[in-house]
Design a protein around this ligand. Structure first.
Ligand SMILES: NC(=O)c1ccc[n+]([C@@H]2O[C@H](COP(=O)([O-])OP(=O)(O)OC[C@H]3O[C@@H](n4cnc5c(N)ncnc54)[C@H](O)[C@@H]3O)[C@@H](O)[C@H]2O)c1
Ligand SMILES: O=C(O)[C@H](O)[C@H](O)COP(=O)(O)O
Length: 369
């Protein structure tokens, strides 16, 4: 069998080769010619799987090493006998790590505590739930907005978008990008949304760029309605708005889901789908594991204050990639393809913690002596 895979997907090379003929294609390099005799594709969010690519090919399975699947024309696939599989939840803890680290950075800069602030989560699926878990551990109050879940489960645990906008100090979006259906998310955060938010609120988009309206967000910031913007996902990536970049507090090139843990899980999930679909077995699947961090021990006594916050930021600091993006915004795609994937807290052992700190650190996911 033949697999065509994006060559920027980490931890993939060598695993399927004993069983399949694997051809690696540079990111965005998929063409009808290249995929026409492939049985399966392994793609990323930047590899558009449209009818133009797939027409006349023998592709039977598309696996994407991502949670989002808005780069796949699922209607075309479903009507042409092509099965598609995403990797649900693969990098959800990574996005939560990103959101929390970004909030901690801003809170530390402002000399404020996150404790007691209200976080409004729009979209409470795999990612939103992980964000809720972490934010609660840092003492935040949570408001959830998720109309599809409210319809299915009952409204008790959820609030309307209007209520969330009016009550939240910080708003974070974790919805899929959709233009159709009962609750489309295209430009969900538009001018009328920002007109309803609390003055001085913080806004985060780490789901898909077009979930916010760039013009409306710029205007809301200009007027002081939104005080802090954290953006990982931008409209028109990789050609991002420089005007918006100048107004954003933390600006990153769509890397929120890029922990090494998340990337390894995504690769493993794609290979598992191929195994199941074609009834084959990859003996080397167990080798798809992220490498240990360079400095796996965090000593809390090395921090003068904010010991837990600083331990968390030692696992991932969004300001590192923020600086690199600002130096050269045209390197957006390059930064994504040459990223130093961080490990999540579970890869770190924390020492010198007090009993109270130990309890919290364990709940966050650290290994504690
Ligand atoms: N920046 C990144 O690196 C990164 C990483 C992972 C995921 N993502 C994005 O985040 C999205 C969410 O991921 P997930 O794993 O939580 O997906 P999910 O499908 O598990 O959850 C999405 C939730 O959003 C809800 N929802 C749908 N439409 C809504 C609306 N209009 N208003 C409010 N809620 C709505 C759904 O009911 C669901 O509960 C993905 O689709 C992907 O686009 C980005
Ligand atoms: O949907 C997702 O899982 C994320 O947006 C993911 O981080 C995208 O990563 P990419 O496929 O572009 O490497």
């Amino acid at each position: 069998m033949k697999i065509v895979a994006d060559d920027t997907i980490p931890f993939l090379k060598g695993i399927a080769e004993p069983v399949a003929d694997v051809v690696y294609i540079p990111a965005k390099g998929f063409t009808p010619e290249i995929v026409k005799d492939a049985d399966a594709l392994i793609v990323r969010s930047i590899d558009k799987c449209t009818s133009d690519l797939l027409k006349g090919s023998r592709v039977r399975l598309i696996t994407t090493a991502t949670i989002g699947f808005d780069h796949i024309d699922i209607h075309y696939c479903e009507s042409h006998g092509i099965t598609w599989k995403n990797a649900p939840g693969c990098n959800a803890p990574s996005v939560a790590q990103y959101v929390m680290a970004s909030l901690l950075r801003i809170a530390l800069r402002r000399g404020e505590s996150l404790q007691g602030k209200t976080l409004g989560i729009i979209g409470v699926g795999h990612v939103g739930k992980e964000v809720e878990k972490l934010a609660s551990l840092f003492g935040m109050t949570i408001l959830r907005n998720d109309p599809p879940r409210a319809d299915a489960e009952g409204p008790e645990a959820f609030v309307s978008l209007e209520e969330l906008a009016a009550r939240a100090d910080i708003i974070t979006c974790h919805v899929p990008f959709t233009r159709e259906g009962s609750y489309p998310t295209w430009h969900l955060a538009d001018q009328s949304f920002f007109n309803q938010v609390r003055r001085g609120c913080w806004f985060i988009n780490s789901c898909r760029g077009a979930v916010h309206d760039t013009r409306a967000l710029l205007e809301a910031h200009e007027k002081g309605i939104v005080a802090e913007i954290i953006l990982d996902c931008w409209e028109n990536e990789p050609q991002i708005s420089r005007e918006l970049l100048d107004r954003v507090s933390i600006a990153t090139p769509h890397i929120a889901g890029f922990s090494a843990d998340g990337k390894a899980t995504a690769t493993r999930m794609c290979l598992e789908e191929i195994q199941r679909f074609f009834g084959i077995h990859f003996d080397r699947l167990g080798e798809v594991v992220p490498p240990a961090p360079a400095h796996p021990v965090i000593n809390l006594d090395s921090f003068a204050d904010h010991r837990i916050e600083n331990a968390f930021l030692q696992t991932f600091d969004p300001l590192v990639v923020d600086r690199r993006l600002r130096e050269d915004p045209s390197s957006f795609e390059w930064l994504r393809n040459h990223y130093d994937h961080p490990r999540e807290p579970l890869a770190y052992r924390v020492i010198q913690a007090t009993p109270a700190e130990k309890d919290l650190l364990r709940k966050i996911g650290f290994v504690v002596e």
